[in-house]
Design a protein around this ligand. Structure first.
Ligand SMILES: C[S@@+](CC[C@H](N)C(=O)[O-])C[C@H]1O[C@@H](n2cnc3c(N)ncnc32)[C@H](O)[C@@H]1O
Length: 204
């Protein structure tokens, strides 16, 4: 999907995604001391705004101007500061070695593009920084609910971990996420990968 498709999807008064943050983000980050955070493909900003409310200094990037406008509006309504940036994560150059935390949540791209986006995410990490990637797992098509139906944009923990050269893989798993649907309670299967740039990484 290109930015216009996403703009159309976001052009509704309702939130397309939920107002509350992703549960795995909360579990992984709530005990970390706040620092600088980068949310790549932030959508309407639910995760960026939660991070900002926890005291993180947040930069949130997406190529949908409409999604970003909703994020900015929510920030104003909640009295939260976050820096929303309109850019394509495949070409945007993040400030190098600047962020203690980089998150990439439910960004579904062909594998070559996912790798390109994750390479940029890695360049943004400060030494010792954490990268958190969460997305619909490949097994979600047959065993889970919702999410993209094109198997080429789904992921596995092994594939994401393999994209992250030079990082220590702290966690790479399939996780189950309860989802309320019109048909009742279902489960979605996600990939989660948490990785860390070593303090003494060989920096380019
Ligand atoms: C499924 S939504 C997830 C939004 C958010 N991360 C969340 O979890 O609520 C995927 C987002 O990726 C964005 N996106 C997709 N490809 C992108 C690209 N190349 N550059 C920037 N944003 C992109 C879309 O605009 C959309 O907001």
């Amino acid at each position: 999907m290109d930015p216009r498709d996403w703009d159309e999807r976001y052009r509704t008064d309702e939130l397309v995604w939920r107002a509350d943050p992703n549960r795995f983000l909360v579990e992984e980050v709530e005990h970390m001391p706040p620092g600088r955070a980068l949310d790549l493909a932030c959508g309407e900003g639910r995760n960026a705004l939660w991070l900002a409310a926890q005291g993180w200094e947040v930069t949130a990037v997406d190529f949908s101007a409409v999604g970003l406008a909703k994020g900015r509006r929510l920030a104003t309504e909640r009295g939260i500061r976050a820096n929303f940036v309109e850019a394509d994560v495949l070409t945007w150059d993040p400030p190098a070695r600047a962020f203690d935390l980089v998150i990439v949540m439910y960004l579904h791209l062909l594998s070559e593009d996912r790798r390109r986006a994750l390479l940029r995410a890695v360049t943004a990490l400060a030494p010792g920084g954490t990268l958190l990637v969460v997305g619909h797992d490949s097994t979600n098509l047959s065993e889970g609910t919702g999410g993209p139906q094109d198997p080429r944009v789904l992921m596995s923990p092994e594939e994401v971990a393999a994209d992250l050269d030079g990082l220590e893989i702290v966690r790479a798993e399939r996780v189950r996420r309860p989802v309320s649907t019109e048909q009742g309670e279902r489960v979605a299967i996600d990939t989660i990968v948490r990785a860390r740039l070593p303090e003494r990484a060989d920096l380019p």
